[in-house]
Design a protein around this ligand. Structure first.
Ligand code: F6P
Length: 319
């Protein structure tokens, strides 16, 4: 490996900057050239890249977002564009690429491998929905952001004796909802992985209400349904005064937590070391608290199911 490129792709996630910093600094430490590619695959296709030096990643470890910027690029799934992108990398002398993003980004990366580019993927998405790893960069920060929001909503829910329905992100996965719901003491957590019955959710609310509980928090993963609809049905069925909050993109921003910064730094550094060892077609990940290297195919084929144990526990503790 002579020259490493690094890009962030798909939805941004807090901790991506710490990861870019680690890739750049480790490459320089190892005496390898490193370039940043702007705006993910969209920027790659447009040839937007710049050499990175030690100072180029100064003062970013604590910032959310990604200084390389990012994009969701549909054109990249066309074969002719993949060949074009590989050509741009080769013309710049880049023979290896570190891709920080989600599964769509890894699929794009695999296509580049067919054109002789070495690839290491780093899981970066708040959704934590990538198979082969227990953790993705940004997930911890997003869960903490949701917890902070739950705390605030709880204050007003208690004062007004209301039921508050909160919708969180996660695409087709319920990981954010589950962890934030467990940590935030939600009465019900609705996730796409587990089917639910609105009558059962309401019955649960009423049981709590009859026991003297005056306020409730219901957490809805966006993949499980619309919080607005669910809130309406709850109010109709129970007569309890209900309010709805959709947290939206605040979940994607903010300073990364210590957990996100540290894993992002470790993964970024290891990506460079793996490339220098001759590795390619791998994704870095975390399993049982250990940093691991996993075949990229695994990250693209298997499913990352919800932690059923945690889901059951959340149900037991919120009776
Ligand atoms: O994948 C991250 C994520 O924030 C999802 O949770 C959400 O469904 C999606 O991205 C939103 O995408 P966009 O920012 O492109 O609207």
């Amino acid at each position: 490996v002579q020259h490493i490129g690094v890009l962030t792709s798909g939805g941004d996630a807090p901790g991506m900057n710490a990861c870019v910093r680690a890739v750049v600094r480790m490459a320089i430490y190892q005496g390898i050239k490193v370039s940043g590619i702007l705006r993910g695959y969209a920027g790659l296709l447009a040839g937007e890249m710049r050499p990175m030096d030690v100072g180029s990643v100064g003062d970013i470890i604590h910032r959310g977002g990604t200084v390389l910027r990012t994009a969701r690029c549909k054109e990249f799934f066309e074969e002719k564009n993949q060949a074009l992108a590989a050509g741009k990398l080769k013309a710049a002398g880049i023979d290896a690429l570190v891709v920080i993003g989600g599964d769509g980004s890894f699929r794009g990366a695999q296509a580049l491998m067919g054109h002789g580019i070495r690839i290491v993927g780093i899981p970066g998405t708040i959704d934590n929905d990538i198979p082969g790893t227990d953790y993705t960069i940004g997930f911890d920060t997003a869960v903490n952001t949701v917890l902070d929001a739950i705390n605030k909503i709880r204050d007003t829910a208690t004062s007004h004796d209301r039921t508050n329905v909160i919708e969180v992100m996660g695409r087709r996965a319920g990981h954010i909802a589950l962890l934030a719901g467990l940590g935030g003491g939600a009465e019900s957590i609705l996730v796409p992985e587990v089917s639910f019955d609105i009558d059962e959710v309401c019955a649960r609310l009423m049981r709590g209400h009859e026991r003297g509980k005056l306020h409730s928090i219901i957490l809805v993963a966006e993949g499980a349904g619309s919080a607005v609809e669910i809130g309406k049905r709850i109010e109709e069925k129970t007569g309890l005064e209900t309010r709805v909050t959709i947290l939206g993109h605040i979940q994607r921003g903010g300073n990364p937590t210590a957990t996100d910064r540290i894993w992002a730094s470790r993964m970024g550094a290891q990506a460079v070391e793996a490339l220098l060892r001759g590795q390619s077609n791998i994704m870095l990940g975390v399993r049982k608290g250990e940093l691991i290297e996993e075949n990229l195919d695994k990250a693209l084929t298997e499913r990352n199911g919800l932690d059923e144990e945690l889901y059951r526990l959340a149900g037991v503790l919120s009776i």
